[in-house]
Ligand binder design. Sequence first.
Ligand SMILES: [Mg+2]
Length: 247
Amino acid sequence: MSAPDLTARGESLPLARPQVVVFDLDYTLLRPGDQFDAPGYVRTGARFGLSLDAARWPQAERAAHAAVAARREETGLVHDDQLLAVIARTIVEELGGGPRGAVALAVRAIIAAWSEAGSFGLYDDVVPCLEALRTAGVRMALLSNALGHGVEDIVAHFALDGYLAAAVSSLETGAVKPAPRMFSTLFGLLGIAPGDAVMVGDSLEDDVSGALASGAHAILLDRSRRYRGLAVPRIESLAELPAALGL
Ligand SMILES: [Mg+2]
């Protein structure tokens, strides 16, 4: 996949007030629990006799990103139930791995945990942001590449239903962001034109490029401040979102 031209739109903050704000789920609203960071992987590995090395986490993360990209090259932009196993196995192997059976058990435990809504929390800035947008009369929706945990489970677990006009996951569409079908399905459900929506998410490719390519607007949520200086509308916390939308 060629690199997207993120500067093409030339937009800067604040954007014009949208009809709908579309949120990504994982790492945007949903904060994965500590079992999915380096010490968590080490703890899970230890349950199955593996000695994983937390110091290798940065290279494990890079390897997981590369494995996802390679897998997407193979499958195209389709919903892929095996992707979670690819990610977990790559990280376990890169942290040191071990006997095949023990690695398989650790991977299975990680997948099981990722599939539980209770393994996640909402970031502290989520509910105040949703409240502010609702008060301002802006509709909200979810657009998620569901992996393991279903969007409906998450909405129910965190009582988000009252905030949302619609939610679409890759499980329903069979496609994954940045595929145009994900965006057009949601906009069709909402009865809006793409230009009436702003996508807010942590992924430059899936959320920002996908939204821009579909004709929507986009704001990158850069919680880890990795993308400073990038010529794309960008916030570091959802606390900044109302002002970024001119509200
Ligand atoms: Mg995300």
